[in-house]
Design a binder for this molecule. Structure first.
Ligand code: GLU
Length: 480
């Protein structure tokens, strides 16, 4: 199998494109095939080098590696043109000198006169110019488009996703293959390139469905073997409309920036339109490669649900090894502008913190945000947290935190001792453990939700913990 991904560099790698790339890649990796990358940069006005780079970076981040390419479509323009001229020479295409306005006028008139089909109108107009005059005008340098002469009949194929699919050729107009400025059109360039690189399977979005009969006709006319085609159903946003910029983050890169793990993104993308046949949701890259099959590509649209992606990402984070967690968290802090020198934790405390925050984080961006009171100082106390945990009874809070402060100074700094002593302290004070832990949590982190209080103490260390309890006591006293 030779498969390809052929993005146009007119924007970033978006979710739909990444899904197409992934499905092709999974098929290639599963069947020992070859995965070719081709950048379709023939639209000179809209193609941008930074988009090429974003696409390559997006694929690289996802771990979708290619075996050949990237080829650039624009490099093949001479071949595309030669193919068009060959079709012209063989009588499978014709010159069309009709100016656009004249064509549009004739079309509007035909429609107004109630003529249903206008697919052969360009042919009718073009053939009014006798062959000898066509020759003369071509030699004289009059601009003309080359249109494909769509044969009579039906064009059909067994779609890898949708099964038997057919189009009546009468409904396909004699499409342009070479514009009057000499540039090839999309359908011609794609066929020429896919044939040139011996692509055997074309798997792409179903927005290309109506291009496929045209391309099959071109393969046949050019005498190339026709590849197998499969069209992946659309991806919808949570509102049921086609996924678009309106739905916010659509560029794969944006998810990387939010601290999504590449493996989670791949897992999520794989389930957009494919099912393993069970209700399993967490599938590693290797499992996907092993189990991916076209038979279970769904015919109906799938819905892109960011909440599900973030849930899945949380599952991946929770399963990551401590070293990986720590590295990814450092990256996320870096993206937030926290320089390594600003991190007030040693390796061990940092790793402990990453592990403690992992089960509570859906993304590394979230984790980085939650890590701020450990990495640096507590800047503000969350007013909701203090209202509930300190100021309902400031005198009692002061008594508890003072007792904690006095105890912390002499405590053995290891998990069991901390837990034993703080629980004993609650007993001595005649309060529940929560009445010690919650005010202390707010004092240490500024917020009401954090990892276990003993983990928090161990992450911060004795000195910083003590200083924070002391500062909390001052703050409570100051607000009375
Ligand atoms: N360049 C086309 C696109 O980005 C894809 C062409 C194809 O897959 O045949 O939509």
């Amino acid at each position: 199998m030779r498969l390809r991904f052929a993005p146009s560099p007119t924007g970033y790698l978006h979710v739909g494109g990444a899904r197409t790339a992934l499905f092709n890649w999974l098929l290639a990796r599963r069947g020992g095939g070859t995965f070719v990358l081709r950048i379709e940069d023939t639209d000179r006005d809209r193609s941008r080098p930074e988009h090429v780079e974003a696409i390559l970076n997006g694929l690289t981040w996802l771990g979708i590696d290619w075996d050949e390419g990237p080829y650039f479509q624009a490099a093949g323009v001479e071949r595309h043109r030669a193919d068009a001229l060959r079709l012209l020479a063989e009588g499978r295409a014709y010159r069309d000198f009709t100016p656009r306005e004249e064509f549009e006028r004739a079309r509007d008139a035909a429609v107004a006169a109630g003529s249903g089909a206008v697919t052969r109108l360009s042919r009718d107009l073009a053939t009014r110019v006798p062959p000898a005059e066509q020759e003369r005008r071509a030699v004289a340098g009059d601009p003309f488009a080359v249109r494909f002469l769509v044969p009579d009949g039906t064009t059909s194929w067994r779609d890898l996703v949708h099964g038997d699919t057919r189009f009546a050729n009468a409904e396909i107009d004699d499409f342009v293959i070479l514009r009057s400025d000499g540039t090839p059109t999309y359908n011609l360039a794609v066929v020429s390139d896919d044939a040139h690189t011996a692509i055997t399977h074309v798997l792409r979005g179903d927005d290309h469905l109506s291009n496929t009969p045209k391309q099959i006709l071109l393969y046949e006319a050019l005498g190339h073997p026709v590849p197998a085609f499969g069209h992946l159903p659309m991806i919808l946003g949570p509102d049921g409309k086609r996924l678009s910029k309106r739905h916010g983050a659509r560029a794969v890169e944006a998810f990387e920036g939010e601290g999504v793990v590449a493996d989670a993104m791949v897992n999520f993308l794989a389930l957009l339109g494919w099912s393993p046949g069970t209700d399993e949701e967490l599938l590693s890259r290797d499992e996907l490669v092993e189990r991916f099959a076209l038979e279970r590509v769904l015919k109906k649209e799938s819905v892109f649900d960011p909440a599900k992606l973030f849930w899945m990402n949380g599952q991946y984070i929770a399963r990551m090894a401590p070293v990986e967690l720590a590295a990814a968290l450092r990256d996320a802090l870096g993206r937030d502008g926290v320089a390594p020198g600003e991190i007030a934790l040693n390796e061990e405390a940092f790793a402990r913190m990453a592990a403690a925050l992992a089960p509570r984080s859906r993304t590394f961006t979230e984790m980085a945000r939650m890590s701020r009171p450990y990495v640096g100082p507590v800047r503000d106390y969350d007013p909701k947290a203090t209202k509930k945990n300190w100021y309902r009874d400031p005198a009692a809070t002061t008594r508890v935190l003072t007792a904690v402060r006095d105890k912390l100074a002499g405590m053995a700094w290891e998990p069991d001792a901390l837990e034993g002593e703080l629980r004993a302290l609650a007993g001595e004070l005649g309060v529940g453990a929560g009445q010690v832990f919650q005010p202390l949590r707010v004092a240490l982190t500024g917020v009401a939700a954090s990892p276990g209080i003993f983990d928090v103490l161990l992450i911060l260390g004795r000195e910083r913990s003590l200083a924070r309890v002391q500062r909390a006591l001052l703050s409570i006293a100051g607000s009375q």
